[in-house]
Design a binder for this molecule. Structure first.
Ligand code: PYC
Length: 334
Protein backbone atom coordinates (compact mmCIF):
# COMPACT_ATOMS: atom_id res chain seq x y z
CA UNK A 1 0.00 0.00 0.00
CA UNK A 2 1.29 3.49 -0.79
CA UNK A 3 -1.67 5.76 -1.30
CA UNK A 4 -5.24 4.56 -1.07
CA UNK A 5 -8.43 6.54 -1.69
CA UNK A 6 -11.75 5.90 0.08
CA UNK A 7 -15.04 7.37 -1.11
CA UNK A 8 -17.17 7.92 1.96
CA UNK A 9 -20.64 9.24 2.71
CA UNK A 10 -21.04 10.81 6.15
CA UNK A 11 -24.24 10.95 8.19
CA UNK A 12 -25.33 11.04 11.81
CA UNK A 13 -27.89 8.88 13.57
CA UNK A 14 -29.66 10.95 16.20
CA UNK A 15 -26.40 12.91 16.62
CA UNK A 16 -23.84 10.08 16.45
CA UNK A 17 -21.60 9.84 13.36
CA UNK A 18 -21.70 7.14 10.69
CA UNK A 19 -19.20 7.07 7.81
CA UNK A 20 -20.05 4.55 5.07
CA UNK A 21 -17.09 3.55 2.90
CA UNK A 22 -18.84 3.43 -0.47
CA UNK A 23 -15.66 2.87 -2.50
CA UNK A 24 -12.18 1.59 -1.68
CA UNK A 25 -13.08 -1.07 0.89
CA UNK A 26 -11.15 -4.37 0.69
CA UNK A 27 -12.44 -7.71 -0.57
CA UNK A 28 -12.83 -10.06 2.39
CA UNK A 29 -12.72 -13.86 2.66
CA UNK A 30 -15.05 -15.94 4.80
CA UNK A 31 -18.39 -17.73 4.82
CA UNK A 32 -20.15 -15.20 7.03
CA UNK A 33 -19.76 -11.57 8.10
CA UNK A 34 -18.30 -12.92 11.36
CA UNK A 35 -15.48 -14.64 9.40
CA UNK A 36 -15.05 -11.62 7.13
CA UNK A 37 -14.73 -9.43 10.24
CA UNK A 38 -11.85 -11.65 11.44
CA UNK A 39 -10.15 -11.33 8.04
CA UNK A 40 -10.52 -7.53 8.09
CA UNK A 41 -9.09 -7.30 11.62
CA UNK A 42 -6.07 -9.45 10.65
CA UNK A 43 -5.21 -7.74 7.37
CA UNK A 44 -6.96 -4.40 6.97
CA UNK A 45 -7.26 -2.85 10.40
CA UNK A 46 -5.14 0.09 9.16
CA UNK A 47 -8.17 1.17 7.11
CA UNK A 48 -10.31 1.36 10.23
CA UNK A 49 -7.62 3.26 12.13
CA UNK A 50 -7.01 5.66 9.26
CA UNK A 51 -10.70 6.45 8.76
CA UNK A 52 -11.86 6.45 12.40
CA UNK A 53 -8.99 8.01 14.40
CA UNK A 54 -7.76 11.60 14.27
CA UNK A 55 -6.88 13.44 12.06
CA UNK A 56 -9.49 11.95 9.62
CA UNK A 57 -11.90 10.90 12.34
CA UNK A 58 -12.41 11.62 16.03
CA UNK A 59 -13.26 9.94 19.35
CA UNK A 60 -16.90 9.30 18.45
CA UNK A 61 -16.35 8.29 14.81
CA UNK A 62 -17.86 5.06 13.54
CA UNK A 63 -18.68 3.68 10.13
CA UNK A 64 -19.31 0.66 7.96
CA UNK A 65 -18.66 -1.10 4.67
CA UNK A 66 -21.36 -3.00 2.76
CA UNK A 67 -20.61 -6.46 1.31
CA UNK A 68 -22.63 -8.79 -0.93
CA UNK A 69 -24.73 -11.23 1.13
CA UNK A 70 -23.47 -14.76 1.76
CA UNK A 71 -27.01 -16.14 1.49
CA UNK A 72 -28.63 -15.03 -1.80
CA UNK A 73 -31.97 -14.71 0.02
CA UNK A 74 -30.53 -11.78 1.99
CA UNK A 75 -29.90 -8.27 0.65
CA UNK A 76 -26.42 -7.42 1.91
CA UNK A 77 -23.75 -7.85 4.56
CA UNK A 78 -22.19 -5.13 6.70
CA UNK A 79 -18.90 -4.67 8.52
CA UNK A 80 -18.91 -2.11 11.33
CA UNK A 81 -15.88 0.12 11.89
CA UNK A 82 -15.39 1.89 15.23
CA UNK A 83 -12.56 3.52 17.13
CA UNK A 84 -12.60 0.44 19.39
CA UNK A 85 -12.39 -2.17 16.61
CA UNK A 86 -15.08 -3.80 14.51
CA UNK A 87 -18.15 -4.29 16.69
CA UNK A 88 -20.21 -7.43 16.04
CA UNK A 89 -23.30 -5.23 15.83
CA UNK A 90 -23.98 -1.50 15.94
CA UNK A 91 -27.53 -0.11 16.08
CA UNK A 92 -26.89 3.55 15.33
CA UNK A 93 -24.42 2.37 12.65
CA UNK A 94 -27.14 0.23 11.06
CA UNK A 95 -29.73 3.05 11.03
CA UNK A 96 -27.21 5.49 9.53
CA UNK A 97 -25.77 3.00 7.01
CA UNK A 98 -29.20 1.93 5.73
CA UNK A 99 -30.25 5.58 5.38
CA UNK A 100 -27.08 6.33 3.40
CA UNK A 101 -27.36 3.10 1.40
CA UNK A 102 -30.92 3.85 0.25
CA UNK A 103 -30.62 7.62 -0.24
CA UNK A 104 -27.35 7.31 -2.16
CA UNK A 105 -28.41 4.28 -4.25
CA UNK A 106 -25.77 1.96 -2.77
CA UNK A 107 -28.40 -0.67 -1.86
CA UNK A 108 -31.09 -2.22 -4.05
CA UNK A 109 -33.30 -4.26 -1.72
CA UNK A 110 -35.25 -7.14 -3.26
CA UNK A 111 -38.40 -5.83 -1.56
CA UNK A 112 -38.16 -2.04 -1.13
CA UNK A 113 -39.03 -1.11 2.45
CA UNK A 114 -37.34 -4.21 3.91
CA UNK A 115 -33.73 -5.38 4.00
CA UNK A 116 -32.24 -8.61 5.31
CA UNK A 117 -28.85 -7.55 6.65
CA UNK A 118 -26.06 -10.01 7.53
CA UNK A 119 -24.05 -8.60 10.46
CA UNK A 120 -21.13 -10.29 12.29
CA UNK A 121 -23.55 -10.86 15.21
CA UNK A 122 -26.22 -12.50 13.01
CA UNK A 123 -29.10 -11.64 10.70
CA UNK A 124 -30.83 -8.30 11.37
CA UNK A 125 -34.13 -7.52 9.64
CA UNK A 126 -34.73 -3.94 8.57
CA UNK A 127 -37.89 -1.99 7.78
CA UNK A 128 -37.60 1.55 6.55
CA UNK A 129 -39.89 4.28 5.28
CA UNK A 130 -38.92 6.42 2.32
CA UNK A 131 -40.53 9.63 1.08
CA UNK A 132 -39.14 10.61 -2.31
CA UNK A 133 -35.37 10.33 -2.07
CA UNK A 134 -35.27 10.60 1.73
CA UNK A 135 -35.47 7.87 4.35
CA UNK A 136 -37.79 8.99 7.18
CA UNK A 137 -36.94 6.23 9.65
CA UNK A 138 -35.23 2.85 9.93
CA UNK A 139 -36.36 0.06 12.25
CA UNK A 140 -34.05 -2.87 12.91
CA UNK A 141 -35.12 -6.15 14.46
CA UNK A 142 -31.97 -6.96 16.35
CA UNK A 143 -30.22 -10.18 17.32
CA UNK A 144 -31.45 -12.03 20.42
CA UNK A 145 -30.63 -10.03 23.53
CA UNK A 146 -30.39 -11.24 27.13
CA UNK A 147 -29.43 -10.43 30.70
CA UNK A 148 -26.05 -12.13 31.24
CA UNK A 149 -25.36 -11.31 34.92
CA UNK A 150 -27.05 -9.46 37.71
CA UNK A 151 -25.86 -7.44 40.71
CA UNK A 152 -22.11 -7.72 40.24
CA UNK A 153 -19.92 -5.22 42.09
CA UNK A 154 -16.84 -3.18 41.23
CA UNK A 155 -14.87 -0.50 43.05
CA UNK A 156 -14.60 2.89 41.28
CA UNK A 157 -12.11 5.42 42.72
CA UNK A 158 -14.29 8.41 41.89
CA UNK A 159 -17.58 6.94 43.11
CA UNK A 160 -17.00 4.03 45.49
CA UNK A 161 -18.50 0.55 45.17
CA UNK A 162 -20.92 0.19 42.25
CA UNK A 163 -23.51 -2.53 41.65
CA UNK A 164 -24.18 -3.33 37.98
CA UNK A 165 -25.86 -5.79 35.63
CA UNK A 166 -24.42 -7.11 32.38
CA UNK A 167 -26.66 -7.58 29.34
CA UNK A 168 -26.07 -8.49 25.69
CA UNK A 169 -27.75 -6.65 22.81
CA UNK A 170 -25.20 -7.28 20.04
CA UNK A 171 -22.32 -6.22 22.38
CA UNK A 172 -21.91 -6.79 26.12
CA UNK A 173 -22.90 -3.85 28.36
CA UNK A 174 -22.35 -3.16 32.03
CA UNK A 175 -25.48 -1.28 33.04
CA UNK A 176 -25.05 1.05 36.02
CA UNK A 177 -28.37 2.34 37.35
CA UNK A 178 -28.70 5.13 39.96
CA UNK A 179 -27.76 3.86 43.44
CA UNK A 180 -26.11 4.99 46.69
CA UNK A 181 -22.76 5.89 45.06
CA UNK A 182 -24.08 6.96 41.64
CA UNK A 183 -26.84 9.58 41.48
CA UNK A 184 -27.74 9.20 37.80
CA UNK A 185 -26.29 10.69 34.60
CA UNK A 186 -28.00 14.05 35.08
CA UNK A 187 -25.54 14.75 37.93
CA UNK A 188 -22.28 14.18 35.96
CA UNK A 189 -20.53 15.72 32.98
CA UNK A 190 -19.67 13.60 29.94
CA UNK A 191 -15.97 13.95 30.90
CA UNK A 192 -16.68 12.51 34.37
CA UNK A 193 -18.67 9.58 32.93
CA UNK A 194 -15.80 8.87 30.51
CA UNK A 195 -13.26 8.85 33.37
CA UNK A 196 -15.35 6.48 35.49
CA UNK A 197 -15.97 4.22 32.47
CA UNK A 198 -12.31 3.98 31.44
CA UNK A 199 -11.49 2.82 34.96
CA UNK A 200 -14.29 0.34 35.57
CA UNK A 201 -14.42 -1.32 32.12
CA UNK A 202 -10.86 -2.62 32.48
CA UNK A 203 -11.44 -3.58 36.11
CA UNK A 204 -14.64 -5.49 35.30
CA UNK A 205 -12.93 -7.44 32.50
CA UNK A 206 -10.05 -8.27 34.87
CA UNK A 207 -12.33 -9.25 37.76
CA UNK A 208 -14.62 -11.43 35.60
CA UNK A 209 -12.32 -13.01 32.97
CA UNK A 210 -14.09 -15.08 30.28
CA UNK A 211 -17.47 -14.45 31.92
CA UNK A 212 -19.03 -12.53 29.05
CA UNK A 213 -18.91 -14.80 25.99
CA UNK A 214 -21.76 -15.22 23.53
CA UNK A 215 -23.17 -18.76 23.93
CA UNK A 216 -23.27 -19.37 20.17
CA UNK A 217 -20.30 -17.33 18.89
CA UNK A 218 -17.14 -17.20 21.00
CA UNK A 219 -15.63 -14.44 18.81
CA UNK A 220 -18.12 -12.15 20.60
CA UNK A 221 -16.67 -11.79 24.08
CA UNK A 222 -15.68 -9.25 26.70
CA UNK A 223 -17.41 -6.24 28.10
CA UNK A 224 -16.95 -3.41 25.61
CA UNK A 225 -19.43 -0.76 26.73
CA UNK A 226 -20.63 0.89 29.93
CA UNK A 227 -24.22 2.10 30.01
CA UNK A 228 -24.93 4.69 32.70
CA UNK A 229 -28.58 5.58 33.32
CA UNK A 230 -30.53 8.37 34.95
CA UNK A 231 -33.48 10.77 34.81
CA UNK A 232 -35.11 11.52 31.46
CA UNK A 233 -35.16 15.02 29.97
CA UNK A 234 -38.52 14.52 28.22
CA UNK A 235 -41.67 13.39 30.03
CA UNK A 236 -42.41 11.21 26.97
CA UNK A 237 -39.24 9.10 27.33
CA UNK A 238 -39.26 5.79 29.21
CA UNK A 239 -35.60 5.96 30.22
CA UNK A 240 -32.30 7.72 29.46
CA UNK A 241 -28.71 6.53 29.07
CA UNK A 242 -25.16 7.62 28.41
CA UNK A 243 -23.24 4.84 26.66
CA UNK A 244 -19.45 4.82 26.84
CA UNK A 245 -17.64 3.10 23.94
CA UNK A 246 -14.19 3.15 22.37
CA UNK A 247 -11.71 4.98 24.61
CA UNK A 248 -13.30 8.38 25.01
CA UNK A 249 -16.76 8.32 23.48
CA UNK A 250 -20.22 8.90 24.89
CA UNK A 251 -22.78 7.86 22.28
CA UNK A 252 -24.80 10.86 21.10
CA UNK A 253 -27.63 8.49 20.10
CA UNK A 254 -29.40 6.24 22.62
CA UNK A 255 -27.26 3.37 21.22
CA UNK A 256 -29.11 0.58 19.43
CA UNK A 257 -27.29 -2.38 20.95
CA UNK A 258 -27.27 -0.62 24.34
CA UNK A 259 -31.04 -0.05 24.12
CA UNK A 260 -31.49 -3.75 23.19
CA UNK A 261 -29.37 -4.80 26.19
CA UNK A 262 -31.30 -2.53 28.51
CA UNK A 263 -34.66 -3.81 27.23
CA UNK A 264 -33.43 -7.37 27.89
CA UNK A 265 -32.41 -6.31 31.43
CA UNK A 266 -35.83 -4.69 32.06
CA UNK A 267 -37.67 -7.69 30.61
CA UNK A 268 -35.72 -10.15 32.79
CA UNK A 269 -36.57 -8.02 35.85
CA UNK A 270 -40.29 -7.84 34.98
CA UNK A 271 -40.18 -4.10 34.09
CA UNK A 272 -40.94 -4.41 30.36
CA UNK A 273 -43.34 -6.78 28.65
CA UNK A 274 -43.71 -8.29 25.20
CA UNK A 275 -45.07 -5.66 22.78
CA UNK A 276 -44.45 -2.71 25.11
CA UNK A 277 -42.85 0.46 23.76
CA UNK A 278 -39.58 1.66 25.27
CA UNK A 279 -38.61 5.23 24.33
CA UNK A 280 -34.92 5.57 25.06
CA UNK A 281 -33.31 8.98 25.36
CA UNK A 282 -29.62 9.68 24.81
CA UNK A 283 -27.25 11.92 26.76
CA UNK A 284 -28.09 14.77 24.31
CA UNK A 285 -31.85 14.00 24.38
CA UNK A 286 -32.28 12.26 20.99
CA UNK A 287 -34.59 9.22 21.03
CA UNK A 288 -34.95 5.65 19.73
CA UNK A 289 -38.18 3.67 20.06
CA UNK A 290 -37.74 0.06 21.14
CA UNK A 291 -40.31 -2.76 21.24
CA UNK A 292 -39.96 -6.34 22.50
CA UNK A 293 -41.00 -8.26 19.38
CA UNK A 294 -40.54 -11.78 20.76
CA UNK A 295 -39.73 -13.71 23.93
CA UNK A 296 -37.17 -16.36 23.07
CA UNK A 297 -34.02 -18.09 24.36
CA UNK A 298 -30.35 -18.66 23.49
CA UNK A 299 -28.90 -22.00 24.61
CA UNK A 300 -31.50 -22.21 27.37
CA UNK A 301 -30.96 -18.59 28.54
CA UNK A 302 -34.13 -16.46 28.48
CA UNK A 303 -33.83 -13.79 25.80
CA UNK A 304 -35.84 -11.27 23.79
CA UNK A 305 -35.80 -10.13 20.19
CA UNK A 306 -36.00 -6.32 20.34
CA UNK A 307 -36.66 -3.85 17.55
CA UNK A 308 -35.16 -0.35 17.53
CA UNK A 309 -36.44 2.54 15.42
CA UNK A 310 -34.61 5.80 14.74
CA UNK A 311 -33.59 8.28 12.05
CA UNK A 312 -30.41 9.50 10.41
CA UNK A 313 -29.40 12.48 8.26
CA UNK A 314 -26.81 12.42 5.50
CA UNK A 315 -24.54 15.48 5.67
CA UNK A 316 -21.61 15.05 3.35
CA UNK A 317 -19.36 13.34 0.86
CA UNK A 318 -15.81 12.73 1.88
CA UNK A 319 -13.00 11.47 -0.35
CA UNK A 320 -10.30 10.43 2.08
CA UNK A 321 -6.70 9.57 1.26
CA UNK A 322 -4.51 7.32 3.37
CA UNK A 323 -0.93 7.81 2.21
CA UNK A 324 2.01 5.86 3.66
CA UNK A 325 4.13 8.99 3.43
CA UNK A 326 1.86 10.67 5.98
CA UNK A 327 3.28 9.97 9.48
CA UNK A 328 -0.33 9.89 10.71
CA UNK A 329 -1.59 7.67 7.86
CA UNK A 330 -3.06 5.26 10.40
CA UNK A 331 -4.31 7.93 12.75
CA UNK A 332 -3.48 8.60 16.38
CA UNK A 333 -5.18 8.81 19.75
CA UNK A 334 -4.28 11.22 22.52
O1 PYC B 1 -25.81 2.05 18.46
O2 PYC B 1 -25.25 -0.02 18.91
C1 PYC B 1 -25.00 1.17 18.82
C2 PYC B 1 -23.63 1.65 19.18
C3 PYC B 1 -22.58 0.91 19.60
C4 PYC B 1 -21.52 1.80 19.82
C5 PYC B 1 -21.95 3.04 19.52
N1 PYC B 1 -23.25 2.94 19.13
Amino acid sequence: MARKTFFCVDAHTCGNPVRVVAGGGPQLHGNSMSEKRQHFLQEYDWIRKGLMFEPRGHDMMSGSIFYPPQDPNNDCGILFLETSGCLPMCGHGTIGSITIGIEEGLLSPKNPGTIKLETPAGLVKINYQQTGTKVDWVQLTNVKSYLAASELTIECYGLGELVFDVAYGGNFYAIVDPQKNFKGIQEYSAAQLINFSQEIRDKINLKFPNKFVHPENETISGLSHIQWTGKTLSALATARNAVFYGDKAIDRSPCGTGTSARMAQWHAKGKLKLGETFIHESYIGSQFTGIIEEETSINGIKAITPSIKGWAKVYGYNTIIIDDEDPYAHGFQV
